[in-house]
Every structure is written in structure tokens, then in C-alpha cells.
Design a protein around this ligand. Structure first.
Ligand code: SAM
Length: 379
């Protein structure tokens, strides 16, 4: 008696499937593909063509027919990938938006593969297929196309990173604002690098330090760092060190030494040729970057560059070289660098030159004007 169970029927269908019938099924699938516009239909097509591929192989079809079955399967995968990329671009799919489960899609890894395959331009797919058809043992596979697509994705990502860092280079931004409301609005940063007004310019330095520093440090990522320039006045050092110690931040006192300073010598006191830089880092901060040990010492010698011949535009302006070194040793390209007391924009300009995203604020419109003249963008 004839076995009518499903596996037996499938087995009979497989054993009687000719190459011509297989090619006819593939042709029907190709016609259907042209009409596919949504990800669910494309996904269903991927499943059906996968089954067709297995059927053709099991029927012992010729290599050419097996290759045609693989190709139609790849075309469905590419269509599904194309639709997903379009949805992503439109902001309708991706992290935080529609997830795989909502779209009834297979695991992320699989759809990621489809998206990579969709990145390969049509001409390159045609060239690949032609090469395989021409070779007697050539087998068309999804895996090879995915590798080609992954390479294109990596190139695109690299080009985007380069474009972003070029855009960043051109535009450090400064806002005209008091530091408190500005800091409240900032995203977590990789580096806080700032130079607040000195004790000589604020009424109560302790209250001032307590008003902004804890807020600013709360914006530093656990992997980040902060540098605060502080005048070498006992009251100012006491105020800022007090805040750091009270809030339990691990820290170190660095000295910026500037032997070229001009001006009268005080009678009883020593002539001041240094400023403190309070340095602190998050609990997950990686080691300082860079091989040159001489750069990573607690005393940093950089001349003040006084005099118009060095392009100095304001007495508060810090040396570019010092800012450049701190940014380079302490952050990576693409990191967000914040300066709530931007002044003439020295720190932001150097951060931006090194490909960091640099944002700052400044309360004095005249200082901001200098920063803009030096290349910052008034936000
Ligand atoms: C020492 S200077 C910074 C100099 C800067 N590092 C440079 O290289 O040009 C301090 C700056 O903080 C600004 N400032 C003072 N109080 C501020 C506040 N509450 N919010 C924002 N900026 C303030 C001052 O106008 C001044 O430009």
C-alpha cells in the first residue's frame, strides 16, 4: 500500500523533482520578489527560498540549478536587508525603536547579515555570480556576499567617523551662559577641562567652588577624567581641595610651571610662577594614553607665551601646548570635552583639533567674542 504520510509525500516529491521543475519554482519565486515591500513578506520569502534550496539539493539537481536556488535565496535575504536599512534610516527600526520580536524577525545576528548583504552594489553581485557560473566548481553562497557587505559596512563606518571628526575639528561650540544652567543641560563627558575664575575675581571662593564643581564632576563618565586649573592662592587651593576631598574623588595636584612670566617682583612674597591643576579621574578610567613618560609628570612646564607676537589675546589665555597635551593624554577622538569657563576658547579649540567633540560656555560676551575670533562657534 502507498505510504501517504507527509514525510513520504515530500520524499516522493523530492525524488521526482526535475531540474526544469526546480527552475520553474525559482522563476516563480523571482516574479514574486519584485512585489515585496515589507519586512514580514521578505522574511517569509527568505524562509521559503531556504526550503526550496534544501529541496533542490536533496533532489540531486545539477550544480547550475543548485546555484540558481542559492541565488534566489540570497536575493530574498538582500531584499529583507534593504527594507531593514530603509526602516533604520527613517528611524522606524533599530535600538530603542521597533525590535526584532515586534517585527517577528529572526535573531539580530541573522538580520544583521541580511543588512550586510544588502550593502553590496548590484554590479558587484552580478560580477560575483558571473565568476561562479563560469567556474565548474563555483558555488554561490550567502557567506561570501556577507563578507563583501561587512567590508563595505566597515569602510562606511570609518568614512563616517572621519567625516564626524573633520566636522568636529571645525566647530567647537561656546554658549553665552552662566555655568550652572549650562552644566545642568550637558551630557556625560569623557573629559572636563576647565579654568574657573580666580579667587581674586569671585566674592566667596568656597561657596563658588561648591556651587559648580560637584555638578560638573557629576557629568564626568566613570571612565572619564577632570582637570581644574586653580590659582596658587591658599584660599583658592583650600576651597577646591575641600570640595574634592568632601566628595571623595580620587585626585592629584599637578603644577603648571611658567618661568617666562613678566611683571614686577613682589617685595616680601615670592614671585609666583606656577598654578595648580587639580586632576581627578573616574573609578573606571583607563590608564593615561601615550608612551612618553616625561609628558606624564606632575610638573608641566609651558611658558605663558606673554606678548602679542605669540598670538596671546588675553591675560587669562592658557598655552595651547599644555591644553593639547592634557587632551591627548586623557581622552580619545570622538569623546565629549566640556569647559564651563571657556574664556578665549583655548581648551575647546585644542580638543576640537584632536577630533574631540568640544562644548563650552562663557558668561562674558567680550571673552566669547575672542573665542569666536579664534575659531569657536557661538551656539
Ligand atoms: C580664567 S578664565 C578662562 C581662560 C581660558 N582657559 C582661556 O584659555 O582663555 C575664566 C573665565 O570664566 C568666565 N566666567 C566667570 N564666571 C563664570 C560663570 N559663572 N559662568 C561661566 N563663565 C564664567 C570668565 O568670564 C572668564 O572668561
Amino acid at each position: 500500500m502507498k505510504d501517504t504520510t507527509a514525510p513520504a509525500r515530500v520524499s516522493r516529491a523530492v525524488s521526482t523533482l526535475t531540474d526544469d521543475q526546480a527552475l520553474e519554482l525559482i522563476s516563480q519565486a523571482r516574479q514574486h520578489l519584485a512585489a515585496i515591500q515589507d519586512v514580514q513578506s521578505a522574511t517569509l520569502g527568505v524562509r521559503k527560498t531556504s526550503a526550496l534550496q534544501s529541496l533542490v539539493r536533496a533532489a540531486g539537481a545539477s550544480r547550475a540549478t543548485v546555484n540558481e536556488a542559492s541565488l534566489i535565496h540570497i536575493e530574498y535575504e538582500r531584499r529583507a536587508g534593504e527594507i531593514l536599512l530603509e526602516l533604520k534610516q527613517a528611524g522606524e527600526y533599530g535600538p530603542g525603536r521597533k525590535q526584532h520580536t515586534e517585527c517577528h524577525l529572526p535573531a539580530h545576528q541573522v538580520t544583521h547579515r541580511w543588512q550586510d548583504m544588502a550593502r553590496v552594489p548590484e554590479e558587484e553581485v552580478e560580477a560575483y555570480v558571473a565568476k561562479k557560473r563560469a567556474s565548474e566548481s563555483g558555488e554561490i553562497t550567502s557567506a561570501e556576499l556577507q563578507r563583501m557587505g561587512a567590508r563595505i559596512r566597515r569602510q562606511e563606518e570609518e568614512a563616517r567617523r572621519m567625516a564626524e571628526s573633520r566636522a568636529v575639528e571645525a566647530k567647537p561650540t561656546v554658549e553665552l551662559s552662566d555655568c550652572i544652567p549650562w552644566l545642568e543641560r550637558q551630557d556625560p563627558c569623557g573629559l572636563l577641562l576647565t579654568d574657573p575664575p580666580y579667587a581674586t575675581d569671585v566674592e566667596d571662593i568656597s561657596a563658588f567652588a561648591e556651587s559648580w564643581l560637584p555638578l560638573a564632576l557629576s557629568k564626568v563618565r566613570p571612565t572619564g577624567r577632570a582637570y581644574v586649573f586653580v590659582g596658587a592662592y591658599p584660599g583658592e587651593l583650600h576651597a577646591y581641595l575641600g570640595v574634592l576631598l568632601r566628595h571623595g574623588w580620587e585626585s592629584q595636584v599637578l603644577a603648571w610651571y611658567y618661568p617666562d612670566t613678566l611683571g614686577p617682583n613682589p617685595a616680601k612674597a615670592y614671585k609666583s610662577v606656577w598654578q595648580a591643576i587639580l586632576y581627578t579621574w573616574g573609578p573606571e578610567a583607563p590608564p593615561l594614553i601615550g608612551e612618553t613618560l616625561t609628558e606624564k609628570t606632575t610638573v608641566q612646564r609651558f611658558n605663558m607665551n606673554s606678548g602679542i607676537e605669540h598670538g596671546r589675546q588675553h591675560q587669562w589665555q592658557k598655552p595651547d601646548g599644555l591644553a593639547e597635551r592634557i587632551v591627548r593624554l586623557s581622552s580619545e577622538p570622538g569623546d565629549l570635552v566640556l569647559d564651563p569657563f571657556s574664556g578665549t576658547g583655548t581648551f575647546l579649540l585644542q580638543a576640537s583639533k584632536l577630533g574631540r567633540v568640544a562644548r563650552g560656555c562663557e558668561a562674558d560676551p567680550e571673552m566669547l567674542e575672542i573665542a569666536v575670533r579664534r575659531g569657536c562657534l557661538h551656539e
